[in-house]
Design a protein around this ligand. Structure first.
Ligand code: NAP
Length: 346
């Protein structure tokens, strides 16, 4: 099969198309014919080793000390089941699925093997394959931080820094599904876009500094740039939480804390994902509450251009590679009326 591989860290030009063996599945695995796969900020970090401050050594331990340990990037994909192992019960050949290999990578290939009880769900019927390929990376991160780490509650005021990117655009929609009041921060070209995905308010970071506008928020979610507690202390409401999707090493170690008497919290960490999270994201999508935002699609052959777009730090939502021929997409994008009153948390 063909795959997009890399053998050294560097810019977009280190990725190339290579011929590699098609995975041979075990009894408990499925072989997925990959139709689309996102190129995420995770791929950018693994490819370039450009990491937040303090992560240098940890990054090499994770991705490979002298060069990449895993030659095929790609954390998430959509496709159809091509073959199943002898003991597989959950999926059958021809099922359209979404899979999230996450840090195991391997999605930028024509085929990908996954355990049937791994992070795989049926493709939401109302997403095309490109959208389905972007369900997981931003969605699971946003869900993990908003719901699990920051404990979002209905009617809370949530500020999302970097609202036009992959995690930010997912976070806007997921926070709205929790009935929060959402403010998104983005650049001037994306104000209308962030409004269109449901943000109640949008701040253009070239025109307004949110730390000086007198507003306070119950949750501030940082998806861009380095932010410390002292920068946003006065923008956090009593018991406000600063969720650091992007944080430096010191913050990740929990060494930056809010003073106890402030009642506020600094919450760093790594998104943790369970199968139920993917199932919830798929359900949110089917009920019209979450539609992964696709800014750019590229053919498989244009992988370097796709990576270059991610490297700008200004991609809109998700960048998707079309890996190979897709079955006719069910593009029934009409709003799912049955879902209009559906609520994920009741
Ligand atoms: N902790 C975890 O488990 C975890 C998981 C996933 C990702 N991450 C990290 O989270 C970060 C975001 O990931 P992503 O995939 O969402 O990235 P992304 O898709 O590249 O989005 C970045 C967004 O940031 C915005 N931006 C650029 N400059 C800005 C500024 N000065 N102020 C506010 N927004 C600005 C851009 O919007 P404009 O184009 O409108 O400027 C862009 O849409 C990455 O650093 C990634 O490594 C962490």
């Amino acid at each position: 099969m063909q795959a997009i591989t890399y053998s050294k860290y560097g810019g977009p030009d280190v990725v190339q198309i290579s011929e590699v063996p098609t995975p041979i599945i075990k009894d408990d695995q499925v072989l997925i014919k990959v139709h689309a796969a996102s190129v995420s900020s995770g791929d950018w970090r693994a490819r370039s080793l450009i990491l937040p401050k303090g992560f240098g050594l940890l990054g090499r331990l994770m991705f490979g000390i002298f060069g990449p340990r895993k030659p095929i990037l790609g954390t998430e994909l959509s496709g159809t089941i091509e073959a199943i192992g002898a003991s597989v019960k959950k999926f059958k050949i021809g099922d359209a699925v979404v899979a999230f290999p996450d840090i195991s990578m391997g999605a930028h290939a024509q085929y990908c093997a996954m355990k049937e009880d791994g992070l795989i769900v049926k493709k939401p019927h109302n997403l095309n394959f490109a959208e389905a390929a972007s369900l997981c990376f931003g969605g699971t991160t946003a869900l993990s931080f908003l719901r699990d780490k920051c404990g979002i509650q209905p009617n809370e005021k949530v500020l999302i820094i970097g609202a036009s990117g992959s995690t930010g655009s997912a976070a806007v929609q997921i926070a709205k599904s929790f009935d929060a009041e959402v403010t998104g921060i983005c650049g001037p070209n994306n104000v209308a876009l962030v409004q269109s995905i449901g943000a109640d308010h949008v701040i253009d970071y070239t025109k307004e500094d949110f730390t000086k506008n007198g507003e306070t928020y119950d949750i501030i979610l940082n998806c861009n740039g380095e932010i410390g507690f002292s920068d946003v202390e006065h923008s956090l409401a009593p018991r406000g939480r600063l969720g650091l999707i992007l944080g430096n090493f010191k913050q990740l170690l929990g060494l930056e804390r809010a003073p106890k008497k402030s009642g506020k919290k600094v919450i760093p960490g790594v998104a943790m994902t369970k199968l139920e999270d993917l199932e919830l994201l798929a359900k949110l999508a089917e009920n019209g509450k979450y539609k992964p935002l696709i800014g750019h699609t590229f053919d498989f052959e244009a992988a370097q251009e796709a990576h270059a777009m991610v490297d700008t730090g200004h991609k809109r939502g998700n960048v998707v590679l079309i890996m190979q021929e897709q079955p006719s997409d069910n593009l029934n994008m009409a709003a799912n009326n049955a879902g209009a009153n559906w609520h994920p948390f009741t």
